[in-house]
Design a protein around this ligand. Structure first.
Ligand SMILES: *Cc1c(COP(=O)(O)O)cnc(C)c1O
Length: 359
């Protein structure tokens, strides 16, 4: 049976989008392709509030996280990685794996970062880059990105700001230029509500200058290599043409919905899930850092999340268990991202109540 996905990626993909993805193939050096990429670029500039380059990578988000950290740190300098859950910890892991000198700052899971915490950490080293996970999908924490970026830009002008916005981009406002973000990346299978395989990355002019100063920073994810072809609305290697065709259609629908309406819809769905979670369970994250796109619920009733999902499957829905050994069965996650509606959420919560016998 078809299951509607209320998991934090891949998310539910509408029929029209699947159809757009099945359009006939075009050559990636042909004029039609450049026109397609140009159209997509202009629409993405609106969604990401930027006039700087936006690159399209045939990769999941992790690839671009790796590429970004490799070209952000000059010889002799360090990166600061902020860790508040499993996905931000991954950024630390891949920074170490690439031999980039790194320090990490942790907060307890369920907590987020304040500008004050970031300030204290940055003041103690010579950092060329700081990584921020806008929306930590394991704990359901949304960090105050705008405030953090304002602090970094004001006090640490040499430090580029690398943002994993994988589970927030296209579901929450990210004003790349006004907030002064250097790299903001998002994967297709989350709030863009497309199949997986494509990553969108907005990259600042400042980041491009930084990349020029970093030797041996790779090829496939190299922003300067991308930039050359970007100028003619192409990519150096073969792009994920089908996904970009689907993205073009999705961007039309997003702009027709209205961006402010889209952000408001995500918040409305989040609030519905939070209200339900407070009533029957508890919220896992600190109330100051609640995510607009995914809610992590503390399993205060000790239900079997696996059984709940098995029952939901019979009714055509799927939620997520807690992330990793630390949170599995102790929490569960309801994603409210992409093209889901408040009606979908109301239906899901009703089904869960019915299965668990909650009133
Ligand atoms: C899903 C997710 C990732 C991993 O993205 P992929 O596209 O699977 O590589 C990274 N960070 C966050 C916050 C995520 O939610």
């Amino acid at each position: 049976m078809y299951k509607k996905l209320f998991i934090p990626g891949p998310t539910h993909v509408r029929e029209e989008i699947l159809e757009a993805q099945a359009a006939p193939m075009i050559g990636h050096r042909a004029k039609e392709y450049s026109e397609l990429q140009g159209e997509v670029r202009r629409k993405l500039e609106k969604v990401l509030y930027t006039e700087q380059p936006i690159f399209l990578f045939a990769s999941s988000g992790t690839g671009v996280m790796e590429g970004a950290i490799r070209q952000a740190v000059r010889p002799g300098k360090r990166a600061l990685v902020t860790v508040c859950g499993a996905f931000s910890a991954r950024w630390h892991e891949l920074t170490v794996a690439n031999g980039v000198p790194v320090d990490r700052i942790d907060v307890e899971w369920g907590q987020g970062f304040t500008p004050e915490l970031i300030d204290e950490a940055l003041s103690q080293g010579d950092y060329d880059a700081v990584t921020i996970t806008f929306n930590e999908t394991s704990t359901g924490v949304m960090n105050p990105l705008q405030e953090i970026a304002a602090l970094v830009n004001e006090k640490y002008p040499e430090t580029v700001i690398l943002v994993d916005a994988v589970s927030a981009m296209a579901g929450a406002k990210i004003a790349c230029d006004a907030w002064g973000l250097d790299v903001a990346l998002g994967s297709s299978q989350k709030c863009f509500a497309l199949p997986p395989g494509l990553t969108v990355a907005a990259v600042s002019e400042r980041m491009l200058k930084r990349a020029e100063e970093v030797p041996n920073s790779g090829y496939y994810f190299n922003f300067l290599v991308m930039l050359k072809k970007y100028k003619v609305d192409q990519t150096p290697a073969t792009p994920a043409i089908s996904l970009i065709q689907a993205l073009n259609k999705q961007l039309d629908d997003m702009l027709a919905e209205g961006l402010d309406n889209r952000w408001a819809r995500h918040l409305e769905m989040a609030e519905a899930v939070r209200t339900w979670a407070r009533r029957y369970f508890a919220l896992y994250p600190d109330e100051r850092f609640l995510s607009n796109t995914v809610t992590t619920v503390e399993n205060t009733r000790g239900i079997s999340v696996a059984n709940l999902n098995a029952e939901l499957a019979k009714r055509g829905a799927m939620i997520s268990n807690g992330y990793g050994s630390k949170l599995k069965e102790k929490t569960f996650r309801i994603a409210h991202m992409g093209d889901l509606t408040i009606a979908d959420i109301t239906w899901l919560l009703g089904e869960i109540n019915d299965i668990l016998g909650l009133e």
